[in-house]
Design a binder for this molecule. Structure first.
Ligand SMILES: C[S@@+](CC[C@H](N)C(=O)[O-])C[C@H]1O[C@@H](n2cnc3c(N)ncnc32)[C@H](O)[C@@H]1O
Length: 432
């Protein structure tokens, strides 16, 4: 593949690939980033031994198998067991109440996207532990990544999938084998995995049940990465598949991405939604959310302040178990120095090189957002903060930065939602 600056024709071809990904998956190229797409294309071109970008675009357009391989390089099947623990407590309470209704058939639950199975298996463990036998519920789990589905079906996980402080469930439902953790057959048998693209019109039609069959639909940590049109298609699919009194579970940062046909399922809930009144107004804000953090966050930040904020966040994340051994401190040092010298393009290039080398990282996207903000490009900054949230929905600083951007453009309702999401992220962190 030619260098990214090799000319406008390469840029046009890359944007053709971005257009294909947007059309196939609904992915917003502005959110996922050209660097990530370029990296994916480069990997595929190397594998196919194709030199020219034009030739690659031609193959990707014609060959469905190649399309799927490119998709595998672009998606981020990042997940872990009991991600946002309180979600599973809430759903367990809902499920046991519904299951106790007289004459009730098995409860139906959909997890889409399910990544490597961590989410649907967490639901299965939660329900089994609540005393619901396997005949009392059916879990369908869908993803567009065949690799992720293969991992889910194998049911063997590394320590990375156990990022929660509470590991007691691992002792009950997994056994250690060759450095991995193998899920118990009793849990595995509760989940049926399927390939599917959630933005397709007929999504999940072939899964066996009638329309509006699901009592609970999990659709977490994807919406934030989709174009507005794709989000609308997902909402329509969810609307078709969810029972009238069913529960829609989204990521903590995702309610502001929905179109307002949903209301919180409980006062304290930002993630579990139910259908609002027909033609209802914007997404209602839970009462408990009235206590926003009020923490001053990144105002029209002088550059040094922005870099300090980014560094603080990165130090915090480096200490956690999920970040691996990426040399983030080196990126911060280099990009921060360049940005302090007002060399924004070079600072961003430095971050992009890190992403190309190591793959998507919430902290690097956040740093890029701060640099874009300092450079005065509010739109690009927002895109970076959304990418941050896609990888880490509880990233408080990104939530607050988005709240600030929204209030700057006079969108008080969205600003308030992001502030409330940040308050909840902060409360969750304090409680964990
Ligand atoms: C970050 S994971 C989220 C997994 C899980 N819901 C969670 O919150 O932990 C995002 C997943 O979305 C899948 N994905 C991306 N676009 C999709 C689409 N159009 N249809 C179905 N799955 C998609 C990816 O393959 C990836 O596994």
């Amino acid at each position: 593949m030619s260098r990214p600056d090799a000319g406008s024709s390469d840029a046009a071809r890359l944007s053709a690939v971005e257009g294909l990904l947007e059309c196939w998956l609904g992915l917003d190229p502005g959110t996922i980033g050209s660097a990530a797409i370029q990296r994916a294309v480069r990997i595929r071109m190397t594998a196919l031994e194709i030199d020219g970008l034009e030739a690659y675009v031609d193959v990707a357009e014609r060959d469905r198998a190649e399309r799927d391989r490119l998709v595998e390089e672009v998606v981020v099947p990042e997940s872990w067991f009991f991600r946002d623990r309180q979600v599973f407590d809430f759903v367990r309470g809902f499920a046991t109440t519904v299951a106790a209704l007289p004459g009730r058939g098995p409860l139906r639950i959909l997890s889409a996207p399910c990544a490597g199975g961590e989410e649907p298996y967490s639901v299965a463990m939660a329900l089994l532990e609540a005393g619901l036998g396997p005949a009392r519920f059916i879990i369908d789990a869908v993803d567009v990544s065949r690799k992720a589905l293969g991992r889910a079906e194998r049911g063997v996980y590394s320590a990375n999938a156990f990022r929660n402080a509470d590991h007691s469930f691992r002792d009950r439902w997994f056994c250690g084998e060759d450095g991995g953790f193998v899920i118990d057959t009793a849990v595995r048998q509760c989940v049926r995995f399927h390939w599917g693209n959630i933005v397709d019109r007929g999504f999940a039609e072939g899964l066996g049940g009638p329309a509006a069959a699901y009592d609970v639909i999990f659709c977490r940590n994807l919406l934030i990465y989709l174009t507005a049109e794709a989000r609308d298609r997902v909402e329509k699919n969810v609307g078709r598949l969810l029972a009238a009194d069913g529960l829609l579970v989204v990521g903590a940062a995702e309610p502001p991405t929905l179109q307002g046909r949903w209301i919180p399922a409980a006062d304290s809930s930002i993630f579990a939604l139910k259908r609002g009144p027909q033609g209802g107004g914007p997404l209602a804000v839970p009462k408990a959310a009235a206590t926003a953090t009020g923490r001053p966050r990144p105002g029209p930040t002088p550059l040094t302040g922005a870099m300090e904020l980014a560094s603080a966040s990165i130090v915090e994340a480096t200490a956690g178990p999920a970040t691996g051994h990426l040399p983030l401190d080196e990126v911060v040092r280099q990009a921060g120095g360049l940005a302090n010298d007002q060399r924004f393009v070079e600072a961003l290039t430095c971050c992009q090189q890190h992403l190309s080398q190591f793959g998507p990282s919430a902290e690097v996207f956040f740093l890029m957002g701060m640099i874009q903000q300092s450079a005065g490009d509010a739109d690009q900054a927002e895109g970076c903060f959304h990418k941050t949230l896609y990888l880490d929905p509880d990233h408080e600083d990104a939530l607050l930065a988005l709240a600030l951007s929204a209030s700057r453009r006079g969108d008080a309702a969205t600003a308030s939602r992001f502030r409330q999401a940040a308050a909840r992220a902060s409360a969750r962190k304090a409680a964990s």
